[in-house]
Design a protein around this ligand. Sequence first.
Ligand code: SAH
Length: 360
Amino acid sequence: MKRTASCLWARRGVRRAYSSTTTSPVAGTSAAAEAWDGRFRLHKPRGQHLLTNPRVLDAIARRASISPGDAVLEVGPGTGNLTARLLASHAARVAAVEIDPRMVEAVTARAAALGLADKLTVIAGDAVEVEFPEFDVCVANIPYGISSPLIAKLLFGRYRFRTATLLLQKEFARRLVAAPGDGEYNRLAANVRLVADVRLLMDVSKRDFVPMPRVDSSLVEIRPRGAAPGVDVREWLAFTRVCFGQKNKTLGAIFKQKRMLVELFSRSQRGERCDGGGVGGLGALDDDDSVGGEDDCGKDDDGSNDRAVGFSEDEVAAFKKRVAGALECADLASRRPSKLSNDELMRLLRLFNERGVRFQ
Ligand code: SAH
């Protein structure tokens, strides 16, 4: 309900910043404007931790790869501490998506006080739901709760852009930039690596925010690759959900579980394509659930609790052979997903698909 309400509001709520030059409580020297004046209560569940260290704000704007004439997208501008820098940059225009009407008003007034209102469009709504305007670069200190769906939307939606420079929770950033074999390597990193290059730019202390969050942050640059990934993206995302749901098991063990095989068999028989459209059908990139799951351990071999509803035992056994054949051909049965490169995983997916094993 909440989402629907904010979505409707977003459709109505695309507003232009005023071009008034009257001073506001956020006007003044840029350093003074950064400090939080407590004019309303900040809402922590909405991720309202304002970045108030001017040096860090300057560094983010500097490292955001903004070229003259760029269209910039900012998510969660808050009172406009970062927005003020983006507006003062070489960018031609800035679009900022903000969910809280109080913040919409604050950032709008901030731009007006700086005399830069003409460059700013504030879109009132939920950044996960609203349609973004075209943009060249995305720069944002985002609410950490939407990190995964937002990155999914940016990378697997229909947007074409050069870079996204995002301030993220430090642990999340470490997982995002992890490489196969690293302890933190997971589904998120594998999915993002499929379509983009990612690098860590700098760490930011929790002391640089008001109110101070419990966690430190890191600035990350995400650079989408121009070329198409050479794999059906939806099929890949469904495949990595299965593999990384139990990333520390070997692939042989993952694909031996009866319930998993039955579920995959049913998906492969349906041969349906999920055409939910947009990122809604893609969801978050780092959920750890999967078909089957840890609960299935121990039931693999006798299979007494797993009835292949609608399929004969012979059909499922034949399907199991096809799955095992693909693993054998790839020589990956004894390997763990978290240690494999995307090329190895992609090869395995192709071998599965060639044998009629489908994941979505
Ligand atoms: N970028 C600002 C504010 C960061 S706080 C700064 O660095 O100071 C995060 C901001 O994101 C808040 O203003 C919050 O209201 C907004 N926000 C939270 N969830 C959002 C969502 N789903 N879509 C858009 N904005 C959101």
